[in-house]
Write a protein that binds this ligand. Structure first.
Ligand code: NAD
Length: 250
């Protein structure tokens, strides 16, 4: 059996305009899924859609702010109407607004919690009904190693990413009887625009803590996500998997 056969599946990927989300969208599409590309930037999403179509894949673009629960519900409703099912949800959209706690602004705390954590709640709540109707589904939430080990200057980000792990476990327990699996993926240091902005000193320190001695790529994360949403992963739920070159070990 192919490790990730997604023919006839419909997958929603948030934050699909670039970075890890884009890599996941390309991977799922190349394995047969119709991918619904979501982020706030329609132009960037259209570029990803063209890339998918040029490799004979299928994609739809729905611009939305995932921290807005009504917008998320509307997008899921329009996908279930046009595609008849929602099989896969990848909650990937995320932001950073780093600062030491004494300097952190309330709006930076709120923005990070809303975009990173509340969006997962919004998405899971919206897809639950169509997935139950469909007698199953796959949800993957993108957390971070920072949610596991913490980081000075990233209190808001670490809390949001740790929250995703707790939400994942609770949803796995709540939705397991409906054949809906819910897992989290915790990337380490992946080379994307989010990390390209980091200070060189911080980058060097992080590299030194990675046993495999290199940064990860979006594709490294996408390979695992593709397996987790496939039939082959039907007995795996409530888990958090690290894709971090060995940075964090339990
Ligand atoms: P990125 O900044 O390159 O991309 C983020 C994506 O999220 C973009 O498509 C952006 O448009 C979208 N987005 C942001 N706010 C949104 C909103 N309100 N509504 C809809 N879309 C929104 O980031 P990335 O590095 O690709 O990270 C993707 C995910 O992986 C994030 O959740 C991030 O926290 C997590 N992560 C990244 C790393 C890393 O090293 N890059 C490590 C661990 C976890």
């Amino acid at each position: 059996m192919q490790y990730c056969d997604l023919n006839s599946k419909t997958a929603i990927v948030t934050g699909a305009s670039r970075g890890i989300g884009k890599a996941i969208a390309l991977k799922l599409a190349s394995n047969g899924a119709t991918v619904v590309l979501v982020s706030r930037n329609e132009e960037e999403l259209n570029t990803v859609k063209s890339q998918i179509e040029s490799s004979n894949g299928t994609a739809m673009v729905i611009p939305a702010d995932v921290s807005d629960s009504e917008a998320f519900m509307q997008l899921v409703n329009s996908v279930s109407e046009s595609r008849d099912s929602v099989d896969i949800l990848i909650n990937n959209a995320g932001i950073t607004r780093d600062n030491l706690i004494m300097r952190m602004k309330d709006e930076d705390w709120d923005a990070v919690m809303n975009v990173n954590l509340k969006s997962c709640y919004n998405g899971i709540k919206a897809v639950t009904r169509p997935m139950m109707k469909n007698k199953g589904g796959r949800i993957v939430n993108i957390s971070s190693v920072i949610g596991q080990i913490g980081n000075a200057g990233q209190g808001n980000y670490a809390a949001s990413k740790a929250g995703i792990i707790g939400l994942t476990k609770s949803m796995a327990k709540e939705l397991g009887s409906r054949n809906i699996t819910v897992n989290a993926v915790a990337p380490g240091y992946i080379s994307t625009e989010m990390t390209d902005n980091l200070d060189e000193n911080v980058k060097d320190k992080m590299l030194a803590s990675i046993p495999l001695g290199r940064l990860g790529s979006g594709e490294d994360v996408a390979n695992l996500v593709c397996f987790l949403v496939s039939e082959n992963a039907s007995y795996i739920t409530g888990q958090t998997f690290n894709v971090d070159g060995g940075m964090v070990m339990y």
